[in-house]
Design a protein around this ligand. Structure first.
Ligand code: HEM
Ligand SMILES: *[C@@H]1O[C@H](CO)[C@@H](O)[C@H](O)[C@H]1NC(C)=O
Length: 348
């Protein structure tokens, strides 16, 4: 095959535009955009405040997106890519990525940032800023950390890889421990990060096994509530809130009357309530309950149930550590124009 001169020149230009991603997390910097795109963190924050005023659940979606992006090929925005002719099965399509959301919000923020400083800020950095701000808002400021930036957007996104790398709710505690260990997260960090399930929702298909689990594993009244919620209402696989205090009052009154005083008007508060719920056997996922079945993990569940402040600090640290997971060594990256499309490819 002969390449035309024009095509060759285009290829050379593309090579130049692509950078090799920083392989060491240490190369990321706090305030990376101070000179390159002044005020970008405020732009992101403004959008997140606005979006969470409309719907706090969007914040939960962002916190989960950080995890699901960073655990697969590092924090490279690969989870944001849509299917295309060249790549028909991106990460988004993996079964384990069921329910991911907030893509439109990130695209809206990216557009605003592009307008301000074209071609400078990566989607992967925007995602981390957005998740950090969401965690902060949902916790009334108790979760907070400075984000190091300078990530590049990756070119690769594979559903198969996402399915292999991300934990599944049917895993045993040992499988969860092994899964986290592969990314250099220990048992304590597994327990800390699982606390994110104090917010957001899960589809009934994500906890099918729990609907018939024995009473030692799930509070029978709570199981009754979940079965009621999953019964359909005309929808085969509805989403149910992860934290029963976010549930509608009538449903709680019907199945767990002793719990009604804990139902909240404001939903999706990010705190250590997950650990109380877990010890009381009122969590949705098998993977949550599994943490009670291993001595060290159980010890940490008790520790974080007892000390809310401790969890806030440790969760902030662990989320920051997640946000620094690097792309595989030698990976190419760039700054996408739109978060859902690899825009580094040839325009022909
Ligand atoms: C330990 C292994 C984990 C497993 C097996 C797991 C599994 C799941 C599943 C099955 C869902 C529901 C998806 C659906 O059906 O729509 C979910 C939701 C969620 N997960 Fe996890 N997760 C884990 C760890 C984490 C971590 C480390 C974080 C973040 C730090 C996280 C944050 C969330 C959030 C915020 C939601 C709710 C999302 C929303 O409402 O849009 N999870 N998780
Ligand atoms: C809870 O954790 C905080 C932060 O680490 C610590 O300062 C405090 O002493 C702990 N409280 C108790 C009661 O252990």
């Amino acid at each position: 095959m002969r390449l035309s001169v024009a095509l060759l020149c285009a290829l050379v230009a593309i090579q130049a535009a692509l950078l090799v991603a920083p392989s060491e997390a240490g190369e990321l910097q706090v305030g990376y955009y101070d000179k390159k795109c002044r005020g970008v963190e405020n732009v992101v924050k403004w959008h997140i405040i606005k979006a969470l005023k409309v719907n706090r659940r969007t914040g939960a979606a962002l916190v989960r997106l950080l995890f699901h992006d960073c655990f697969v090929r590092g924090c490279d925005g690969s989870v944001l890519l849509d299917a295309s002719a060249e790549n028909p099965h991106p990460e988004k399509e993996a079964a384990v990525n069921i329910g991911l959301a907030a893509f439109d919000l990130l695209e809206e923020i990216k557009a605003a940032v592009e307008h301000r400083c074209p071609g400078v800020v990566s989607c992967s950095d925007i995602l981390i800023y957005a998740a950090r701000d969401a965690a902060s808002i949902l916790s009334n400021g108790n979760i907070h950390f400075d984000v190091s930036a300078g990530r590049l957007d990756g070119l690769v996104s594979s559903a198969h890889e996402a399915q292999q790398e991300l934990p599944d709710s049917t895993m045993t505690v040992q499988q969860l421990i092994d899964n986290f260990a592969r990314k250099d997260f220990d048992v304590e960090e597994l327990v800390i990060l699982s606390g994110a399930h104090s917010i957001g929702v899960g589809h009934c298909s994500s906890f099918t096994g729990r609907l018939a689990a024995p009473a030692q594993q799930i509070d029978p009244a709570y199981r009754g509530l979940l079965n009621y919620k999953c019964a359909g209402h005309g929808n085969g696989n509805p989403a149910v809130v992860n934290n029963v205090r976010d549930e509608d009052y009538e449903a709680v009154a019907k199945f767990m009357p002793g719990f009604t005083s804990r139902v909240r008007k404001i939903s999706d508060f990010l705190d250590n309530s997950y650990y109380h719920n877990n010890l009381a056997r009122i969590v949705t996922f098998n993977s949550d309950w599994q943490l009670l079945t291993q001595k060290e993990a159980l010890g940490h569940v008790r520790e974080y149930a007892e000390n809310a402040t401790l969890w806030d600090g440790d969760f902030s640290e662990s989320l920051l550590k997640l946000s620094k997971l690097p792309m595989p060594a030698g990976s190419k990256g760039g700054i996408r124009k739109k978060c859902s499309i690899v825009s580094h490819t040839l325009p022909y």
